[in-house]
Every structure is written in structure tokens, then in C-alpha cells.
Design a binder for this molecule. Structure first.
Ligand code: SF4
Length: 488
């Protein structure tokens, strides 16, 4: 499926300018002009990184997308598609309705690709055979390293593939990279890492989650590599990105990094962000597998490397998220729970500030054998490891000394029993102030639903409101259809 001429050299340009649009156009000129990448009559697929129906910079800059579409048209492209798979449970039809994507791209002379087939969702009375036929016509089942990936025909069959990646900080890989953008070329269920099995004792110590994720990312990348990769860091979210959280900060660097090899583009981007690429697991694995150019002596760099960007990366410890009225107790956990809890805690810090004022005592326990909570109230157990390893913990039961009544005292006097002879009676009952958020790792939207049920509307009005907004993107009907269409 490789559409690239295998080359042992790469060209990357670092371009600084006054607007993102000027930067992208000038950058492509420096690499030899758009004609070097797009030929007359080409079908082009432009992959953008989309996840949640939020605005820029959670989604890419539309000035850059427009400039690329116009350049492809000028070079004679016969058809231009733009698309991506989205966050779990969100379909492109809804996304497009909310943000007006379909119309916008149509006006630019391109077409929004409904990779998840959600443009068929409204069609009534589709029979099972028709459904199967549409799916067969839309997806290739491609085997890489004994794994199967469903890849849309429109991506594989396009003559040219362009990746436009909006760079923001990322809790696992330090930065959103082009390699990650290419990962959402496959449906979400194909991107998920297998759950830990009970016999996998060393799963967490070896961080098998991250290893499998990295392996999958490189497998999917090897199916269709971009002919042109653009990392847009002109504006980026630093601090608590990649989404708009309370601790996220929009930073202007004024730079774009563009090249003909996405791995090289990512490598240079990480260097610009002052990330040690010699210990970056994804880059190291790409190097080990000989995917892309990771040797800087083989990368022809146009432009000046700015290693003074001073970007604030995501915090490495959950405790550093500093959530008001929340004790965070960590046991042993892997990247799966780290990533999901990082987002959940940041989301809570963003939307629950007032809610937490009224719920002042909370503990959040994560990982295998976490410490005891600070209190017996509102104990959140995040992930299967935390739930299973605390089944017999003291905090699961509330012990109460049974007090003596006046009648008991009278009996003692009659029987001439002294107080010291009295055995203290302890009464035990199950602690119901515990919320389990299951999963390996848990799903954020499900966690929010469970938290709304637990805290209640009156105790957590802001969280309840947010949950109602999420339901607009992920209501039951949409989920049902995504499942039926195997696009969840
Ligand atoms: S429950 Fe969480 S910490 Fe445990 S193996 Fe799964 S993802 Fe890792």
C-alpha cells in the first residue's frame, strides 16, 4: 500500500512569518513548489486532526487548510477530500452540522469525506446486505504485523496524501505529532489498545499500553505515508493542552514545520519544543523499525531552528494538576490510565470549580494498590486496577463503635460490671460513598455520566450541564448507528 518512493533523505523547512497562511505557502515554495507534490489530475486526501467539535486550536487553522486546498487546485488536482475519524462516540455528520464543515469545504471546491459513513445514517430502511456492501465498498481491511486495520478507500486510493497537523502539547507524546494525526486514518475501535488480561502481571511495569499504542501508530502510518506533512505551531496550546482547559494557554510561536517525511517533521518539531528526542519512545521505535528519517544528518533543513520557544509541556504527575478539594492518590498505573485521568482531572478543573466548592472532600485513587483515601467520603476509584486492588481495603467499610444506651448502663450497675470489663462493640457497614469508574482505561464520557449520577444534579450543576452538551454530540441514537456501521 506504500505510495511513496523509498528515500533515505528528507527535506524539512522551518518557516516563520506574519500569518500561518503566508508561512505554509512560502514553506511549500522552499520545498520546491506545490507542483513537486501534486500533479495534474491527482486525487488528494487532506488529513486534518479532528477530535472534539471545538474551535481552533483544538482543530486546525482554517487559513492553512484553505491555502493548501487552493494550492492543490492550482496544481491541477481533480478531486480534493478533507477528513478524519473523530473522538470516540462522535460522528462526522454531527460534527459537520455543528461546525458547518460540509458547506465550508464545498465552497472551497473540496469535499468533506464522511469516513465513518455517517452521511448514510439518516437513510431509512437500509437492509443488512446493503449495509455490508457499503462498508465493503468503503473500507480496505489491511494486515500489518498480524493486525487488521480498516482503512477508508478514499485515503488509500488517493494519489496524494497531505497531513495538516495542529500542534498542541500532549500528555503522552509531549506534542501532537503528524504520526498521531495519521493514526486517526482508521476508525476509533481500531485505534484502541487491548485491555490488560488478568495473567499479564508485568503489564504496568513494562507499560504495555504505551508499547502497543506506539506499535499501532507506526503500523497505521506505514499503510499510507503523507507526501507532504505540515506541523502547524504558529499558535499552539501549551500547559494543559491539547484541549481548552483552565490551565491551557494559547502561545504564538509564528512557526510552521513542513516536509516530505512526517517522521522528520515530527523530529524537528520535538527538537524545537526542547523535547529530548533520544528518549522519545515513538521516535525511537520509528528509528528501530526503519520508518521515516530519524537521522538529522540525512534531513535537509531549510530555515533556522528556533530552540528557544520555551513551551510549557503537560505536567508529568497527576498531583500537579492541583485540583481543588481533591486528594489524588496514585498506585502503580500505566500510560492508559494516565492519559484518561489527565483529561478527566483537567476537565473537572475547568468545569467543576463551583461544584467542588460544595463538595469539599474528595479522593481520587488510581492504579494498582493506591494509598488509603484521606477521608471516607466521595472516593473515586479510577480504572479496573484501582477498583480490583482495593476490594478488601479498609475504606470499603465504615466501622463504628456501638455506643451504650442508658439501659445498658443500668444493667452494668446491677451486674456490678466495671466499664473496663465492657467489650467495645464495633459495627461495620459498607461504605457507599465510593464511585467506581471502570475501564482499562476508563472512557471519559462514561466517567462524566457516572459522576453526574453519583454527585447529583444539585451538587454538581456545572458537570450536569456539561454532560448535557456532550449528549448533543454523542446521544444514544448516534452511538447505536456508529455501532451498526462499525465506525465507533
Ligand atoms: S486499568 Fe489503567 S492502569 Fe490498569 S492496566 Fe488498565 S489502563 Fe493500565
Amino acid at each position: 500500500m506504500e505510495n511513496h518512493l523509498i528515500s533515505d533523505k528528507a527535506s524539512v523547512t522551518i518557516i516563520k512569518g506574519t500569518t500561518p497562511e503566508n508561512c505554509v505557502l512560502e514553506g511549500i515554495e522552499r520545498l520546491g513548489g506545490v507542483g513537486k507534490f501534486i500533479k495534474e489530475g491527482d486525487q488528494v486526501f487532506i488529513k486534518i486532526n479532528l477530535s472534539l467539535p471545538n474551535g481552533f486550536p483544538v482543530i486546525p487553522n482554517f487559513d492553512v487548510i484553505r491555502a493548501i486546498i487552493n494550492s492543490c487546485k492550482e496544481a491541477g488536482a481533480k478531486k480534493i477530500y478533507v477528513g478524519s475519524f473523530l473522538f470516540k462516540g462522535i460522528c462526522m455528520k454531527k460534527f459537520s452540522e455543528l461546525l458547518g464543515f460540509q458547506e465550508y469545504f464545498k465552497n472551497l471546491g473540496a469535499e468533506l469525506a464522511f469516513l465513518d459513513n455517517s452521511n448514510y445514517f439518516e437513510q431509512k430502511g437500509i437492509k443488512l446486505e446493503q449495509l455490508k456492501k457499503i462498508k465493503d465498498n468503503n473500507f480496505y481491511k489491511i494486515e500489518v504485523n498480524d493486525k487488521y486495520f480498516l482503512v477508508p478507500h478514499v485515503i488509500v486510493d488517493s494519489d496524494k496524501f497531505i497531513s495538516i497537523n495542529q500542534v498542541n502539547v500532549n500528555p503522552i507524546f509531549k506534542s501532537n505529532l503528524s504520526l498521531l494525526n495519521c493514526y486517526s486514518n482508521v476508525p476509533v475501535h481500531n485505534q484502541e489498545v487491548n485491555k490488560r488480561l488478568p495473567e499479564e502481571e508485568d503489564y504496568i511495569i513494562h507499560d504495555e499500553y504505551k508499547q502497543e499504542l506506539i506499535s499501532n501508530i507506526l503500523d497505521v502510518y506505514s499503510i499510507k505515508k503523507p507526501d507532504l506533512a505540515i506541523n502547524d505551531l504558529f499558535f499552539l496550546l501549551e500547559g494543559a493542552g491539547p484541549y481548552i482547559y483552565r490551565d491551557s494557554n494559547l502561545k504564538k510561536t509564528g512557526s510552521l514545520i513542513i516536509g516530505d517525511d512526517a517522521v522528520s517533521v515530527d523530529l524537528i518539531t520535538l527538537k524545537m519544543l526542547n523535547v529530548d528526542t533520544n528518549s522519545h519512545d515513538l521516535i525511537l521505535e520509528a528509528e528501530k523499525r526503519g520508518i521515516g528519517i530519524t537521522d538529522t544528518s540525512k534531513i535537509k533543513i531549510f530555515g533556522e531552528m528556533d530552540d528557544n520557544l520555551d513551551i510549557k509541556l503537560c505536567v508529568p504527575n497527576l498531583q500537579d494538576i492541583n485540583l481543588r478539594n481533591f486528594f489524588i492518590g496514585s498506585g502503580l498505573y500505566c500510560s492508559g490510565c494516565f492519559k484518561q485521568s489527565y483529561h478527566l482531572l483537567n476537565l473537572m478543573k475547568t468545569i467543576m470549580i463551583k461544584d467542588l466548592k460544595y463538595n469539599p472532600i474528595n479522593s481520587f485513587l488510581i492504579g494498582e494498590n493506591p494509598p488509603e483515601p484521606k477521608n471516607l467520603e466521595n472516593i473515586i476509584l479510577f480504572g479496573n486496577c484501582a477498583i480490583n486492588s482495593t476490594k478488601n481495603s479498609d475504606f470499603r467499610r465504615i466501622k463504628k463503635e456501638k455506643g451504650k444506651s442508658i439501659i445498658d448502663d443500668a444493667k452494668d450497675i446491677v451486674l456490678k460490671k466495671s466499664n473496663s470489663e465492657e467489650k467495645i462493640k464495633i459495627k461495620e457497614k459498607i461504605n457507599k460513598k465510593i464511585l467506581e469508574l471502570p475501564g482499562c482505561p476508563p472512557d471519559i464520557f462514561k466517567c462524566i455520566e457516572l459522576m453526574v449520577d453519583y454527585y447529583g444534579k444539585s451538587n454538581a450543576p456545572n458537570l450536569t450541564l456539561y454532560n448535557e452538551v456532550v449528549k448533543i454530540w454523542t446521544n444514544g441514537k448516534i452511538k447505536e448507528k456508529l455501532k451498526k456501521w462499525e465506525a465507533l
